[in-house]
Design a protein around this ligand. Structure first.
Ligand code: C2E
Ligand code: CA
Ligand code: CA
Length: 719
């Protein structure tokens, strides 16, 4: 494996530097020997090593064993001897020089041991010293030594020789330093030696000269050596842009040729190690499911971007996204489709120019995107591209599904200049987007946090109110009317039940504010059931009290619709209250989950089989398509407010209403237009021959008593 080779090289490089470091060692000669054997032996993967000196009656200077056992006096068991000898009868690999100067006895010792399991290096001074490295039982590095290992062994021998020469002044210094230069010259690492002032270069080896040719020629190298970032272990790390390499630089003080003190820098090329580490890092920082980066990486990158912004005076943005109603997909279609959707969304985000490497999956269906400082100039375009992803459907299992998202935006450094704070603020803005009705973008501002606190209050109070029996949830009624175009007379057809929360703690809260939370907490089921029962009872009373044809509309949340027992629940309400089933209209919105056409059809058909009717609410806002109207058996379409609002100035709205009306007519579905507020709007819709209308222009939602007073004044016949 090339990774093994990398590690081998790194090991050798480190060993060589450690050996060079011994040049300045003040240790006893004995320790010195042992260090050399240990350092070299470890890298060679030897089981043991010893130094044998010629002309000394086989005296062993030093010995080392990898297993830490005391290696002196050098004694091998019969088995070990056999193992070292390897039985192959070959002779040891003597390198560099002839095996000379040995006495008979010494030669015999080496020959006895020698085989391919032992490698011997020889120093050059007189008397010669033999550095012997052996492996027992093939446990050494498989496949024999690499050429590079042999070079390392030789270098160890030369360094030992140099040191001994330095300690033994009788031998010519220059000779041994020349040998040292030879070692340094051959090293894979860059070596740079200069005087203690750092000003004048004494030596640079081939590898260093090659890597820093330009800097050496231009005499700008001096600063480089100590220009990197200082690391814990005292070494420097630097990136050399010209050569696109990373170096770790270690510095030591040594005595150079003439005995003059000098600094020696070793430049390890750690680029490959970096690549390897990056690969590991990649795994640590990657979200397994989507292949996006994860939260840890997000925090790191954000930190960097904040730093960038601080340095350059630029800006950036942190976007916090949460898919709307992802739960429904997961529960409705199964987790495997949820996963498909998460992957598809992730892929979509990565395609957006400028942020492809800054998308993170934080957890579940939450994502974060950093708009980096250098791309902030295109922020609007990026935002638009992201929104675009959610404007198209995803094909899951067997149908197209839409998935919207809520997004919180925190700009930096305006909103904050630390990672946690920014993430928190973007999250708060995202929550705000959810509570504001989902499918929207909210920018963080200082006024939001109080609302967020309110959400917690709301959650607690809503749970309390539920335990107390839903009494705080009051049902209001807004009349739905019909116009007789001949005389402009308005007749009430019944009412839509609209819930309000009259919290004893928090006061009066409109549904838009608490229903998303109730849905989130699952409390919408009991609350919705409470509304259903109240509304059916009220309708029954109106019917018995002189308004026999009044009908009541009740809103059903998607969460309620997805309850497996929703049909039973409605049936029970009908039975318990005695309402005529066809006087109950259930209003549903089309949304993500009910884009599952088959399921939608099944639920709707189930409810209609009870005799109740179904209205498609807020038509025109979501992703309701005209083809769905044809396929799903609705009884009524309620055209959303927004079309009425712009009716007088917007041809599109008029055309839309006309078209839907015509279509509804041909397929025998009723139309109701809601949100009629002004005379002007009223005149326009009246001309369109729409049967049912609803809006402030006629009346506001009101308490039950008031509605009965105004629209159903008769008294029920009995009890
Ligand atoms: P929706 O079903 O579209 O209800 C109509 C909303 O429009 C009501 O708001 C009503 O007060 C308002 N409205 C009526 N006429 C006009 C008008 O002329 N102009 C304007 N601007 N608005 C008008 P409300 O009561 O605040 O309810 C908001 C939403 O909350 C409802 O929208 C519905 O989606 C939900 N909601 C209300 N009650 C319930 C409930 O019992 N269960 C469920 N699941 N959702 C409910
Ligand atoms: Ca409604
Ligand atoms: Ca509506």
């Amino acid at each position: 494996m090339s990774e093994d080779r990398n590690l081998g090289e790194i090991g050798r490089a480190a060993a060589l530097t450690e050996l060079v470091g011994l040049l300045e060692s003040e240790d006893s000669t004995k320790d010195l020997y042992r260090d050399i054997l240990r350092i070299t032996g470890t890298v060679l993967g030897a089981d043991g090593a010893f130094v044998l000196q010629a002309q000394s009656n086989g005296a062993v200077h030093a010995a080392w064993r990898a297993d830490g056992l005391d290696a002196l006096p050098l004694q091998f068991s019969k088995q070990e001897e056999a193992a070292i000898s390897g039985g192959s009868g070959g002779s040891a690999r003597f390198l560099q020089r002839e095996m000379t100067g040995l006495t008979e006895q010494e030669r015999h010792l080496l020959e006895r041991l020698s085989a391919e399991n032992m490698t011997v290096f020889l120093t050059g001074q007189e008397p010669a010293q033999y550095l012997c490295f052996y492996s027992i039982m093939q446990s050494g590095r498989p496949g024999g030594r690499e050429e590079a290992d042999l070079t390392l062994g030789q270098s160890a021998a030369i360094i030992l020789e140099s040191i001994l020469a330095g300690r033994n002044q009788r031998t010519a210094l220059a000779d041994s330093y020349m040998a040292l230069e030879t070692v340094l010259e051959q090293m894979e690492n860059g070596i740079y030696v200069c005087d203690m002032t750092g000003k004048s270069m004494l030596f640079a080896n081939r590898s260093l000269r090659r890597a820093f040719r330009r800097e050496l020629a231009e005499d700008t190298f001096g600063g480089i050596a100590e220009g990197g970032t200082l690391k814990d272990n005292g070494s420097y790390e630097m990136y050399h842009a010209a050569g696109n390499r990373w170096y770790e630089i270690r510095r030591m003080e040594i005595r150079w040729v003439s005995g003059q003190p000098a600094r020696l820098y070793t430049f390890y090329d750690i680029s490959d190690k970096k690549v390897y580490l990056n690969k590991i890092e990649q795994q640590v920082y990657t979200d397994f499911l989507t292949g996006l980066y994860n939260r840890m990486r997000c925090e790191r990158d954000l930190e960097f971007q904040l730093h960038e912004a601080g340095k350059t005076g630029g800006k950036g943005a942190l976007l916090y996204l949460d898919l709307d109603d992802f739960k429904h997909i997961n529960e409705g279609l199964g987790h495997q489709y949820g996963d498909v959707l998460l992957r598809a969304v992730s892929h979509g985000m990565q395609q957006v120019r400028g942020i492809s490497h800054c998308c993170y999956r934080m957890s579940g269906d939450e994502f974060v995107i950093i708009v980096p400082v250098e791309w902030f100039g295109e922020f609007e375009r990026i935002l638009q591209d992201i929104k675009e992803i959610f404007n198209r459907p995803w094909f899951l299992r067997d149908a197209n599904y839409y998935c919207t998202m809520s997004m919180g935006v925190a700009l930096f450094p305006d909103a904050g200049d630390n990672t946690q704070e920014l993430l928190k603020k973007a999250g708060i803005a995202m929550n705000e987007a959810k509570e504001g009705g989902k499918n929207r973008v909210v920018y963080y501002s200082e006024r939001i946090p109080s609302r967020s606190g309110r959400r917690l209050d709301m959650e607690k109070n809503m749970r309390d109110a539920s335990v107390a029996g839903y009494g705080e949830f009051e049902v209001y009624y807004q009349p739905i009317v019909e116009i007789d175009r001949r005389d402009d007379s308005v007749t009430c057809l019944g009412a839509e039940a609209l819930v309000r929360w009259n919290s004893s703690e928090l006061g009066f809260i409109p549904p838009a504010e608490f229903i998303p939370l109730a849905e989130y907490l699952g409390l919408i089921n009991p609350i919705g059931n409470h509304v259903l029962l109240q509304a059916c009872r009220a309708c029954k009373r109106w019917n018995e009290g002189g308004c026999p044809e009044y009908r009541v509309h009740v809103n059903l949340s998607v969460i309620q619709l997805l309850q497996p027992d929703i049909v039973d629940t409605i049936q029970k309400a009908i039975q318990e209250t005695g309402i005529r089933p066809d006087h109950l209209v259930l209003e549903v919105t089309e949304s993500l989950a009910i884009n599952d056409l088959e399921r939608m059809k099944e639920i709707i058909t189930g409810i209609r089989s009870l005799g109740a009717e179904i209205a498609l609410d807020d038509f025109g806002t979501g992703y309701s398509s005209l083809s769905h109207i044809r396929e799903i058996p609705f009884d009524l379409i309620k055209i959303d407010h927004s079309f009425v609002k712009d009716l007088h100035k917007d041809n599109y709205s008029q055309a839309f209403i006309r078209m839907v009306t015509e279509l509804a007519d041909t397929i025998g579905v009723g139309i109701c237009v809601e949100g009629v507020e002004s005379r002007e709007q009223y005149e326009i819709v009246k001309d369109m021959a729409i049967a049912m209308l609803q809006g402030y222009y006629f009346d506001r939602p009101m308490k039950e008593e008031l509605f009965e007073e105004k629209y159903a004044p008769g008294k029920p016949a009995a009890g």
